[in-house]
Write a protein that binds this ligand. Sequence first.
Ligand SMILES: [Zn+2]
Length: 206
Amino acid sequence: MMQKKNKGSLEVVCGPMFSGKSDELIRRMRRAKIAKQRVIVFKHRIDNRYAVSHVASHDGTTIEAHAVNSVQEIQALVQQGFYDVLGFDEVQFFPSDIVPLICAYVEEGKRVVAAGLDLDFRGEPFGSMPILLAMADTVHKLQAICSICGQEAHFTQRLVNGNPAKYDEPIILVGAQEAYQARCRNCYSIDKLPMPIKDGQKQNCI
Ligand SMILES: [Zn+2]
């Protein structure tokens, strides 16, 4: 009789900047290693905050990671080893074909842990995050501390020259002083209401 192969799982860790997503990803990867699981971690090459070959939390804890640009690079690296656990940091930066790839890995038995920003600075769902959140087995939505009032925060406030960024402000502003803060809903400030559903997106029904 053929033995039934176990499927894997998808865990998503999300939240604003400074909420400890990378710490949580690192913690889960370390625990998997202690359990003698074979672990590989990816980050998008766009994120060069710290060492290219590591995921780093804001408090300086690090774990080895592969900085990649495309799903083809991920596939090539995964094929080279027999991994049980795949970790993704800043998964919102990956192109949308990351979703079918993750689903395929879960189907073939891998445990996938994906960490990323659920909202962009406009307060709108970021990249493929809404899809990954919907498809996940478990979701851990972390909160940061509001840098204005100290309450729980789930927004990322973008500041340009010290003022809240405008909705339509370009993502890259040459010569501007940019900064990000975690803020609560009361202290978060943007000049337009978020538009979570864009024109042309398909409508779902039950
Ligand atoms: Zn606040």
